[in-house]
Structures are given as structure tokens and as C-alpha cells.
Design a protein around this ligand. Structure first.
Ligand SMILES: [Zn+2]
Length: 389
């Protein structure tokens, strides 16, 4: 099924610009055998660009998939670099919005790591809402979790601050989602809403095809997200890029008459379109370069591993699974160990596995972690060739 209009602004001025056939529909589910991994359903991705609001989305996204029916493994808090980032943004938010001893609510809290971090620094109460929440990984009496989707009832919990990290890109009906949050906030006191998503402009500029996968149906630029917030009745208080420009961070507050003032990072639709056209022109070259490189490794019987599981590895391997080159994917999340990559069939291993396996090449899925990972690899007495995406 093709969605005829932009889910963000309802315009029909949508143009397709990139396609990935047969992408696994799940990338973060836990599967414990190769057979089960290879049996994960596949569907096509066709990215469309909205000429009216600049939003990018998968025009073929199947909104009937239940992403919470299978185990969902999305914890990222095992990396020092990542934890430092989270600590920095949480400290900033606590200071900036005086969140000490307040009630903080997180939509799409996953296993609760971020709301726990906020609550440990700020005190007060923490509320997490997520159908994928799993009991028992945290032991903090100040936290309450709702294992369900966010709805009007959570707006009555009296939160002073709402955060929503890396959730909106999984939601197809983005406009309705922001309206639902705004309409749920019934009390006079309007909480600041903090939202963090991957930034599409960076994906397009760096031809990061590994950042395009089925679970992400919505792709935001500062411009398209700013426009969406204002259109759905929020004043945008701040907007910035972080984590090597991979992430887009927005702070907004419900408002009946949002001012139209823009932030420097918000570009006009036409400028975003130029980014899209450049990507369309050169992405096939980038994909072909990687195919040639990997094929050469295969021909010379190199042992190649990927470091960094999760969606990026699915996004990367989807294009080259036919080469059957990469058997193992390293991930420091101990809950992933011995699971298999959905749709691809490579096995998750812990870093110490490399000690024995002795890879010739390691492909790091996120360059942000290059230093941290290289140190670990060298610490094991290994010196493989390292590519960092
Ligand atoms: Zn649009």
C-alpha cells in the first residue's frame, strides 16, 4: 500500500527518491535462532520527500505491524560515550528548566534508562510510558511505569516536563501524535516537551544508507520538525543538533499562538530538497563502492565483523546480505548475546569473542564510538583494519 499524502502536513506533493527492496520489518526484536531470524518478514521501503513541508517518510510503511508483539531489545546504555552524552543532556535539561524535585514523564521510555538517569539527578518523581517496558531491570522506588502507548490519561498525571527520545521516527502519524500530546495536557501548567530524533539532513549528506531501515518510517530535518511543532500548536523554545550532528533536539511548549521565529538550523523546504536530490544522484555510487570493497574481502577470505548491533547493522547488511560475508556482529549489550540479526541471520557476540575469532576487518556502525571501540580491540592485543561509518 502506498500512502498518497504526507503524514506530517497532508499535502499530496510527495516525490519518491530512494528505494530499498525486501528490508526486514524488524531490527530490534530478539530472535534466538538463525532460522527464526531469516523468517522475519520483509517489505519494501520507498522514501518520499514532501515538497510542501520537507518531511521524509517511507511511503510504503505498513502501519498494521505490531512492533510490540515480539521481545524488543533497544538498550544503548552500555557505552561510555553514550552514557556521557545522556548525562550531559539530562544535566542541561534539569538546569535549564529547573526540574529538581519535579514530576518528569518520558514517552517511549524503553527499559527506563533515561527517566531513571533524570530522576537520579533531579529527584522528585519519574514516570515512564512504553509498551516495550520490561519490569525488573531498574530498582528505583521513585519511578512508575505504564506498559502501554501514551494516551490522554497520562496527560492527567501532572508532569512538569515531558521527554520523548528516539520515538517519533517510529511513528507514522506524526501530526496526530504531537496533537495528542498537546491535547492530553489539560492542566493550566504547560510542561516543556523535549524531543530527540535522528536528523535526516546528516543521513543525506553522508549517504548513510545504514540509517534507513523499516522500523524508522519518519525522518526529520530541523526545518520539517520545527514546521510540524508550530503547525500542531507548540512554541519551539530551542532547537539544536548534537552527537556529531546525528541527533536533532527540540524543546517546545504548547501554545495557542506559536511565534513563527525560526532557528538558524531550520532550512527552507527548497534547500532540503537540494539535499535530497544530491543524495539521489550519488547514493548508488556509495552503495557500489561498499559492495566492491566487501566482495574483495570475500574473495580473499577475510574474516569481517560488524561492531554495533541494532538497527544500523540491519540497515547496512540489508544491502549486502547476498554476499554472505559477515557471520558475526559484536554488541556490548549483554542482553543481545547469542541472538541473531533479524532478516540477516548474523549472530550477536560479545567483544571478548574477537579474542579467539581474530577478525581481519572490523566495520564500526557509528563513527562516534570509533575511539572507544578501537581502544577495546587494541586492548585485546588485536590490530584489525577498522572502518568507521
Ligand atoms: Zn508534508
Amino acid at each position: 500500500m502506498q500512502h498518497p499524502v504526507c503524514p506530517s502536513c497532508k499535502s499530496d506533493q510527495v516525490e519518491a527518491f530512494f528505494r530499498i527492496d525486501n528490508a526486514p520489518v524488524y531490527s530490534l526484536v530478539t530472535v534466538s535462532s538463525k532460522e527464526e531470524a531469516l523468517a522475519v518478514p520483509r517489505k519494501d521501503i520507498e522514501l518520499g520527500f514532501c515538497n510542501h513541508c520537507g518531511f521524509v517518510f517511507n511511503r510504503l510503511f505498513d502501519t498494521s505491524i505490531d512492533y510490540f508483539a515480539m521481545g524488543y531489545e533497544d538498550q544503548q546504555g552500555f557505552s561510555k560515550t553514550f552514557m556521557q552524552y545522556l548525562a550531559r543532556i539530562s544535566e542541561n535539561l534539569i538546569k535549564k528548566y529547573n526540574l529538581a524535585n519535579k514530576t518528569l514523564l518520558e514517552i517511549g521510555c524503553g527499559k527506563g534508562d533515561f527517566i531513571n538517569l533524570l530522576n537520579e539527578s533531579a529527584g522528585g518523581k519519574g514516570i515512564g510510558v512504553d509498551p516495550a517496558y520490561v519490569d525488573g531491570r531498574l530498582n528505583n522506588p521513585n519511578l512508575t511505569f505504564y506498559k502501554e502507548l501514551y494516551s490522554a490519561k497520562h496527560g492527567k498525571l501532572g508532569a512538569d516536563f515531558i521527554c520523548c527520545r528516539h520515538t517519533l521516527e517510529h511513528i507514522f502519524h506524526t501530526e496526530e501524535f504531537l496533537i495528542n500530546i498537546r491535547d492530553s495536557l489539560v492542566s493550566e501548567k504547560k510542561p516543556v516537551v523535549f524531543l530527540e530524533v535522528p536528523q535526516i539532513s546528516q543521513i543525506l549528506k553522508t549517504h548513510a544508507f545504514w540509517d534507513i531501515y523499516y522500523e524508522h518510517c519518519s525522518y526529520f530535518s530541523a526545518g520539517s520538525l520545527g514546521r510540524l511543532f508550530r503547525r500542531t500548536g507548540y512554541e519551539v523554545l530551542d532547537m539544536k543538533l548534537d552527537y556529531s550532528d546525528l541527533y536533532l533536539l527540540v524543546e517546545a511548549v504548547p501554545s495557542d499562538a506559536p511565534p513563527e521565529d525560526k532557528f538558524v538550523i531550520e532550512k527552507a523546504v527548497q534547500e532540503e530538497k537540494e539535499n535530497v536530490l544530491k543524495f539521489r544522484e550519488s547514493i548508488s555510487v556509495q552503495l557500489e563502492e561498499w559492495r566492491t570493497r566487501l566482495k574483495k574481502m570475500k574473495d580473499t577470505a577475510e574474516k569481517v565483523v560488524i561492531w554495533g548491533g541494532g538497527s544500523k547493522s540491519v540497515g547496512f547488511l540489508t544491502s549486502f546480505a547476498d554476499l554472505e560475508l559477515i557471520e558475526y556482529v559484536v554488541d556490548i549489550n549483554p542482553n543481545m548475546e547469542n541472538n541473531f540479526i533479524p532478516g540477516i541471520g548474523s549472530q550477536y557476540v560479545q567483544p571478548q569473542f574477537l579474542h579467539e575469532y581474530r577478525p581481519d576487518t572490523v566495520i564500526i556502525m557509528n563513527g562516534v564510538y570509533k575511539e572507544e571501540i578501537t581502544k577495546t580491540i587494541n586492548g585485546m592485543g588485536l590490530d584489525p583494519f577498522i572502518y568507521a561509518l
